[in-house]
Design a protein around this ligand. Structure first.
Ligand code: ZN
Ligand code: ZN
Length: 271
């Protein structure tokens, strides 16, 4: 919550809008392609919502099949607890790519500036909704809107669902392109049901280093500086928990939850 949801999203909002989109808007003449300028705000919102959602479906699917781009998506899958905050857990580069592609066209194509906060609000709402650890059955609406019943499976630690349920807002893409996995029940409530099938750092900065260079935390513990840094976060959490007189966090357990996926029937090949 501290690094991804609060600090990263605040900093990246400045980077994306002030240092990427604004210079793009100011330094080039886009007046010839501003075809959405005279549309009403609801039509503009709907247009950018559908176009960006199709893009994010395709890019997300590509990330699951490309080794390099998987490196900037695995952070999103690393959580052993999936809840409304999980949507904000994304690699810095993934956010910069996706939000630039999301918001730059809105400004460059001449949409009403109010479309930006409306779209950002819808993103936040859907992000929290599809990751929420609540049981929701949408009935027939499940063919249109994405929901936790589909997206939580996308975060499950099962090989069968690694290439399924890529949609973000409109589940229609998964139904349309044949990538839906909907067994009618949720993945489970144990930590081993969730996240990645391989060891992954728990720390925000180590996760970003891990995306560039693979390393084994256990091997690095022989270095004093690494050990100090490795124990810093559980240390801080322990002091906070101690302050509230709760049970201490065991660093070993905290960092190394074994992931063992129960056997499920194999999902049919979609691609
Ligand atoms: Zn994914
Ligand atoms: Zn997700």
């Amino acid at each position: 919550m501290v690094w991804y949801t609060l600090i990263q999203s605040y900093v990246l909002k400045i980077v994306i809008f002030d240092y990427i989109i604004m210079p793009l808007q100011k330094n080039f003449d886009w007046s010839d392609i501003q075809f959405v300028k005279h549309w009403s705000v609801p039509v503009q919102v709907l247009f950018f919502l559908v176009m960006h959602d199709l893009y994010i479906y395709l890019f997300h699917r590509f990330q699951h099949s490309n080794k390099i781009f998987w490196r900037i998506h695995e952070a999103h899958h690393s959580g052993k607890e999936v809840d409304f905050l999980a949507g904000s857990r994304s690699h810095v580069l993934e956010i910069i790519i996706n939000q630039t592609i999301e918001f730059a066209p809105i400004i460059i194509l001449g949409a009403d500036p109010v479309v930006v906060p409306i779209k950002a609000m819808l993103d936040a709402m859907f992000g929290m909704f599809i990751h929420a650890n609540i049981k929701v059955r949408l009935g027939k609406l499940k063919y249109l809107f994405n929901s936790p019943e589909l997206h939580l499976w996308h975060h499950a630690n099962y090989r069968e669902v690694f290439h399924a349920n890529f949609s973000t807002k409109f589940a229609t893409w998964d139904y349309l392109f044949g990538t839906v996995y909907d067994p009618g029940h949720s993945p489970g409530d144990q930590p081993e049901n969730w996240g990645l099938y391989y060891d992954y750092p728990k720390d925000y900065f180590l996760q970003h280093v891990f995306s560039v260079k693979r390393f084994n935390e256990q091997n690095l513990l022989k270095y004093k500086w690494f050990k100090w840094y490795y124990n810093l976060r559980p240390g801080i959490i322990n002091s906070i928990k101690g302050f509230w007189k709760r049970k201490p966090v065991n660093a070993e357990h905290h960092f190394h939850i074994k992931t063992k996926a129960p056997q499920l029937p194999v999902l049919e090949e979609n691609e």
